[in-house]
Design a protein around this ligand. Structure first.
Ligand code: URA
Length: 271
């Protein structure tokens, strides 16, 4: 049997759910040859990267006994994270997370801004105030949830003062192993991606928030909702419609978390 035909035949069997086949000596030698060639190619692909781009592990192991110790151990590794430094486009100060490392609800924003970098805590500027208001309306407080960012460093700009910019996909990718490790430690029951950057960084989907919200996604097997970033709401102060949309996303999250929803809460922002 020719190699392509043999592979097609095996794929077809696999699609039909067959997990084991008996093969003769000839087929065995063809497959062995293919495997050897494939592994040579795989080895060639993983040859060392240039010193400018240190290779990055997919998984970072948290150390410690309690969830708080484990999060602190991750933050300590992030402090001097070479893959982020090597990009040369992120500032050096690392801002990790805040809140309860055993929370049911995890919120993921985009990246620290000026105020966050000053204080070393995510969401402490105007967007943070808006986020606190949203949490309060849900009957939650900052210290009851876990708040993090998809990028742990403030993206740099030329002659930067208080101005901020969105992180690029490459910049977010250097922090992604930390976000994954945080999720493994916190084990939230629900995650919300705040804004398009967080959604893109986590889900790899480059779509407007309007197309990603109103449904459940999954990240590491955990239900994830996408909603607008609080700073988007700040730019739409009169936009009752946008506030209502965020609130609808939060109501869906409250229901998923089994939190009580009062009639008053259900009616917020309804005309
Ligand atoms: N915006 C974010 O996405 N994260 C912060 O920490 C602050 C503002």
């Amino acid at each position: 049997m020719a190699t392509a035909t043999l592979l097609d035949y095996l794929k077809q069997l696999e699609n039909q759910g067959v997990t084991h086949v008996e093969i003769d000596d000839h087929a065995r030698s063809v497959l062995r040859e293919l495997y050897t060639r494939g592994s040579a190619r795989r080895t060639a692909k993983t040859t060392p990267k240039s010193p400018q781009q240190p290779s990055q592990p997919d998984a970072i192991i948290a150390r410690g006994h309690t969830a708080a110790e484990k999060i602190a151990s991750l933050a300590a590794i992030a402090e001097t994270w070479q893959p982020a430094r090597a990009l040369g486009s992120l500032r050096d100060t690392m801002v990790f997370s805040t809140g309860n490392p055993e929370a049911d609800f995890m919120l993921v924003g985009e990246a620290p801004g000026f105020q966050e970098e000053q204080k070393g805590e995510p969401f402490v500027g105007p967007a943070g105030e808006k986020l606190n208001q949203i949490l309060k309306a849900m009957g939650l407080a900052r210290d009851k949830v876990y708040i993090s960012n998809v990028c742990k460093f403030r993206p740099a700009t030329r002659n930067q003062t208080t101005n901020n910019r969105k992180p690029s996909p490459e910049e977010m990718a250097t922090s992604l192993p930390f976000v994954k490790a945080e999720i493994d430690v916190v084990k939230p029951r629900v995650i919300v991606a705040l804004g398009g950057s967080a959604a893109q960084g986590l889900l790899g989907l480059e779509k407007p928030v309007g197309q990603l919200r109103e449904c459940w996604h999954q990240f590491q097997g955990i239900p994830l909702r996408v909603t607008y970033h609080p700073s988007y709401l700040l730019r739409q102060e009169d936009g009752l419609g946008e506030k209502r949309k965020v609130w609808e996303d939060m109501l869906a999250i409250m229901e998923k978390l089994g939190l009580p929803v009062s009639e008053k809460q259900r009616g917020f922002f309804k005309k």
